[in-house]
Design a protein around this ligand. Structure first.
Ligand code: NAG
Ligand code: NAG
Ligand code: NAG
Ligand code: NAG
Ligand code: NAG
Length: 741
C-alpha cells in the first residue's frame, strides 16, 4: 500500500518535471541554454553540440545561425520558419544531399556555409532548384565536399542562382570542369574559388561577371590561349603553386592582378595583360629577360621576378614600364645591370637585386630609385662615382658582399642609410664619407676594422644619428686620446650613435672580449678611486640623512596620532560631561516635579509595618500616657518623619555642593529610597526610632543590650550619635522648607 503510494508520487513528480522541462524546451531561454545566443537572440551558435536536427525554440527573429560541426544528416526542414535568416553555417555535418526546397522562405539569406559535408555528387545538390528561393544569397561555401567532377554534360546539372556572388569549392577533389559552363546559371557570380583541386586544365568557364578566379594549388598544366577571353570582367587571377603550369600567350584586357608564383613559367609573357598592375612571377623558371619583355605593361606598378634563374637583362628589357614602382629581381643569376636599364622605369623607387651575381656596383642610373638592395651579391668593387647616377637614392644595402675598400669621396647628395655590414672593410678615413652630406645611418657590423676611428671622419656628416660598429676587431689602445674621443663621440648622450657594449676589443691580448669602456675604464677615469672614496662618504651621508628623515617621519606620525588620540579622549570626556549635565538636569527636574507632585508627606505616613511595630518600644505606661504620647508624639514623629525626608534632600544637596552625585542617579531609579536606606543601614535604627529610644531610656538600654556582644553595638551607638545632631540641625532649618509644601 505504502510502496504503491510512493511510486505514484514519484510518477507524479516525474510528470510535473517533464511538463516543466517540456515547457522550457519550447522557450527561447532553453534554446540559449543549449546554444549560445546574443542579447536579442538574433545570433545563435549551436556549433559542436552533437545535434542531429535543428534545436527547438528557433523563431523568425534569428538572423545568424551556426549549426556547424554537428551530426546533421538531412537538411533541416525547420529552417523555412526562419524567414529573417541572413547567415547560416551548416559546415561540418553529414549532409549527403540537398532537397529542392531546402531554402524555401529564406529570402533574406546571404551566406550559406555547406563546407565539410558529405556531398559527393553534383546532382544530389538539386543544383537547379536548391538556391533559387534564396534570392539574396551572396556567398555559398561548398569546400571540403567530394564532388570529383563538375562535368555537366546535360543542362540539368547547372547550379542556378541569380544573386550568388561568391562560390567557394576549395578542396573538393574536382578533377575536371567540362561541358557547358558551370557558371552560366550564376548570373551574378563574381568570385570563384577552386583552390586545392586536382584540376589539370580550365575549360568552359564562361561568365561575363566573374572578377576573381582562384585556382591556387591545383595541378594545372596549361590554360588555353583564349580561355580568359570568356571571362571579360576578370580582374584577379591567382594560379600560384601549379608546378607544371606555363603561361601561354594569354590575353585579358581586364586583368589587373596576376599571381603565377611557384609555377613553371619560362617566360614572363605578360604582354597580353595591358592593364596589369601587379604581377607575382616569383619562384619560376625564367632564365632571361628579352628586349621589350614588358612593352605592353604600361600600367604595371609591382613586379616580382625573384627566385628565378634570370641570368641576363637587356638594356631595353624594361622599356614600357612607365609606372613600375617596385621591382624584385633578387635570388636570380644576374651578373650585370646594363647601365641604362633602370632609366626605362622612370617611376621605379625600390629595386631588389639581392643574391645575384653582381660583382660590382657599377654605374646604375635611375632618377627615381630611392631604395636599392644589393646585398649578398659578391660585390667587391664600388666605384667612387657609382652612386652618382642614382639621383634619389636614400637607402643602399651593400651588406654581405666582398667589399674590402670604399673609395675616398664616394658621393651622393641624397644617401641617408648605408649598410656595409658583413663585408671585409678594414679602413676608412677622413674622406670616405666626406661626400655623403645626408648620411644618417651607417652600419659596418662584422667587418675587419682594427684601428679605432676618428670622429673627424664624420666632420661633414651633420645628420649622423646611428653608427653600428659591433663585431669588428678593434684594437684598444686606451692611452690613445683618439680612442676616448671617438668613444665619447659615439656613446655620449644626447647624440648617442651606438650602445657602448657593442664596442668590444679584440686586441691586445689582455683585453680581448672586453668592452671598450671596461678595458679602458681606469685609464680614462684615473680619479675614479678617489671618486669612489668620495662616493662612499656620500653614500654614508645620504644614508644617515635618509635614516634621520625616516626617524623624523615616524615621530611626526606618532605625534600626530597621539594628538588625535588626545583629541578623541577630550571629545569623549566632553560628551560624558554633557551627558552627565543632561542627566543631572533631568534628575533635578524630575525631583522638582516629584516634589511638586508629591502628596502631602504627612499622608505618606503609613501605620508602622509589622516589623516596625515589633521594634517599637513596648507600651509600659498606661493608656493615658499612650493617649498623651499618641497626641503629642505622633505629631512629633510626623514632624520628624517629614523633617527627615526633606532633610535627606537637604543633606544631600549640602554634601555634593548643590548637585546630587552622578553615580547615584545612574545606579538607581529611586535614589531617595536607596540613599535613605543607606543613610540608616539597619532599618531598625532609623533616626526616628533612635529618637524614640532616646525618649524611653529603658527600652534603649534593653535594645542595646540585645546587641552588646559584637561590633554592632558600636555601630548602633555611632549611628545614634550621628543621627542626633542631624536631627537637631534639621529641626532647626525645617520651618522655611515646610512652608514650601
Ligand atoms: C560557427 O562555429 C564554428 C565553430 O565554433 C566557427 O569556427 C565558425 O566560425 C562559426 N561560424 C560563423 C559563421 O560564425
Ligand atoms: C514563411 O515565412 C512567413 C513569415 O515571413 C511565415 O508566416 C510562413 O509560415 C513561412 N513559411 C513556411 C513554409 O514556414
Ligand atoms: C565555412 O566554414 C568553414 C569551417 O567549417 C570555414 O573555414 C569557412 O571559412 C567558412 N566559410 C565562410 C565563407 O565563412
Ligand atoms: C601589345 O598591345 C598591343 C595593343 O595595345 C597589341 O596590339 C600587341 O599585340 C601587344 N603585344 C603583345 C606582344 O602582345
Ligand atoms: C683627419 O682629420 C684630422 C683633423 O681634421 C687630422 O688630425 C688627421 O690627421 C686627418 N687624418 C687623415 C688620415 O687625413
Amino acid at each position: 500500500m505504502n510502496f504503491q503510494r510512493t511510486v505514484c508520487l514519484l510518477l507524479c513528480a516525474w510528470a510535473v518535471a517533464a511538463e516543466v522541462l517540456d515547457f522550457e524546451d519550447k522557450s527561447p531561454n532553453d534554446l540559449c541554454y543549449i546554444c549560445s545566443c546574443n542579447e536579442g537572440h538574433t545570433e545563435i551558435d549551436c556549433s559542436r553540440r552533437g545535434l542531429r536536427d535543428l534545436p527547438g525554440g528557433l523563431d523568425a527573429k534569428v538572423k545568424k545561425l551556426n549549426i556547424s560541426n554537428n551530426e546533421i544528416a538531412t537538411f533541416p526542414e525547420g529552417l523555412s520558419k526562419l524567414s529573417n535568416l541572413i547567415k547560416l553555417d551548416i559546415s561540418g555535418n553529414r549532409l549527403t544531399e540537398l532537397p529542392k526546397n531546402g531554402l524555401s522562405n529564406l529570402s533574406a539569406l546571404e551566406e550559406l556555409n555547406l563546407s565539410r559535408n558529405y556531398l559527393e555528387n553534383w546532382i544530389t545538390m538539386s543544383p537547379n532548384d536548391f538556391l533559387v528561393p534564396a534570392v539574396n544569397l551572396k556567398v555559398l561555401d561548398l569546400s571540403y565536399n567530394r564532388f570529383k567532377s563538375m562535368d555537366n554534360l546535360a543542362k540539368i546539372e547547372l547550379l542556378i542562382s541569380s544573386s550568388l556572388e561568391t562560390l567557394i569549392m576549395d578542396h573538393c577533389e574536382i578533377e575536371s570542369i567540362s561541358g557547358n559552363s558551370m557558371l552560366s546559371g550564376l548570373g551574378n557570380i563574381k568570385v570563384l574559388k577552386l583552390n586545392y583541386n586536382p584540376l589539370v586544365t580550365l575549360q568552359g568557364l564562361i561568365s561575363p561577371t566573374l572578377r576573381s578566379l582562384y585556382v591556387n594549388n591545383c595541378q594545372l598544366t596549361s590554360i588555353e590561349q583564349n580561355e580568359l577571353s570568356y571571362l571579360p570582367s576578370l580582374i584577379h587571377l591567382l594560379m600560384a603553386h601549379n608546378y607544371r603550369l606555363e603561361l601561354a600567350d594569354l590575353h585579358s584586357t581586364s586583368l589587373r592582378f596576376l599571381d603565377i608564383s611557384y609555377c613553371n613559367v619560362l617566360r614572363p609573357n605578360l604582354n597580353g595583360f595591358p592593364n596589369l598592375k601587379k604581377a607575382l612571377v616569383n619562384h619560376n623558371m625564367i632564365r632571361f629577360l628579352r628586349s621589350y619583355e614588358f612593352i605592353n605593361n604600361t600600367k604595371l606598378e609591382y613586379l616580382d621576378l625573384s627566385y628565378n634563374n634570370i641570368g641576363s637583362i637587356k638594356a631595353d628589357t624594361f622599356r614600357g614600364l612607365g609606372l613600375l614602382k617596385y621591382l624584385d629581381l633578387s635570388w636570380n643569376e644576374i651578373g650585370m645591370i646594363p647601365e641604362g636599364a633602370l632609366l626605362e622605369m622612370p617611376s621605379l623607387s625600390q629595386l631588389k637585386l639581392a643574391r645575384n651575381y653582381l660583382n660590382q656596383v657599377g654605374h646604375i642610373k635611375s632618377i627615381s630609385l630611392t631604395t636599392l638592395d644589393m646585398s649578398a651579391c659578391e660585390i667587391h668593387t664600388i666605384g667612387k662615382d657609382s652612386l652618382e647616377g642614382l639621383q634619389s637614392l636614400i637607402d643602399l644595402d651593400l651588406s654581405r658582399n666582398l667589399l674590402s675598400h670604399i673609395p675616398d669621396s664616394i658621393s651622393s647628395n641624397t644617401l641617408k642609410y648605408l649598410n656595409l655590414n658583413y663585408n671585409r672593410l678594414s679602413m676608412v678615413n677622413n674622406f670616405t664619407f666626406f661626400m655623403l652630406p645626408r648620411l644618417t645611418g651607417l652600419a659596418v657590423v662584422g667587418n675587419r676594422f682594427t684601428n679605432v676611428w676618428n670622429k673627424a671622419y664624420f666632420d661633414s656628416n651633420l645628420y649622423l644619428e646611428r653608427l653600428d660598429l659591433s663585431d669588428n676587431m678593434w684594437r684598444c689602445d686606451c692611452r690613445d686620446a683618439n680612442m676616448y674621443d671617438f668613444f665619447e663621440f659615439v656613446t655620449l648622450e644626447p647624440f648617442k650613435k651606438e650602445e657602448s657594449y657593442n664596442l668590444v676589443c679584440s686586441s691586445p691580448v689582455n683585453v680581448i672580449g672586453q668592452a671598450w669602456l671596461e678595458a679602458c675604464y681606469f685609464i680614462w677615469y684615473p680619479t675614479q678611486n678617489v671618486a669612489n672614496a668620495d662616493s662612499l662618504i656620500w653614500f654614508i651621508v645620504v644614508m644617515i640623512t635618509g635614516l634621520a628623515l625616516c626617524i623624523l617621519l615616524v615621530n611626526c606620525i606618532r605625534n600626530s596620532m597621539k594628538r588625535r588620540l588626545r583629541a578623541i579622549q577630550a571629545e569623549r570626556e566632553r560628551q560624558v560631561e554633557e551627558a552627565r549635565d543632561r542627566l543631572r538636569q533631568l534628575r533635578l527636574r524630575a525631583e522638582q516635579e516629584s516634589l511638586i507632585n508629591a502628596p502631602d508627606p504627612r499622608d505618606l505616613i503609613a501605620p508602622p509595618s509589622y516589623d516596625e511595630a515589633l521594634t517599637m518600644p513596648k507600651l509600659n505606661s498606661s493608656t493615658h500616657s499612650l493617649c498623651d504620647a499618641g497626641t503629642g508624639k505622633t505629631k512629633k514623629r510626623r514632624g520628624r518623619r517629614k523633617t527627615k525626608s526633606s532633610g535627606d534632600l537637604l543633606d544631600e544637596t549640602e554634601r555634593n555642593g548643590d548637585l546630587p552625585v552622578f553615580e547615584d542617579t545612574e545606579l538607581s531609579e529611586t535614589p531617595d529610597n536607596n540613599r535613605r536606606r543607606r543613610r540608616r543601614p539597619p532599618r531598625r535604627f532609623g533616626s526616628h526610632e533612635i529618637a524614640e529610644l532616646e525618649h524611653s531610656p529603658g527600652a534603649r538600654r534593653r535594645q542595646v543590650s540585645e546587641y552588646e556582644a559584637g561590633d554592632d553595638s558600636v555601630t548602633i551607638e555611632i549611628e545614634a550619635e550621628m543621627e542626633r545632631p542631624r536631627n537637631r540641625r534639621h529641626s532647626g532649618g525645617d520651618e522655611p522648607r515646610e512652608s514650601n509644601f
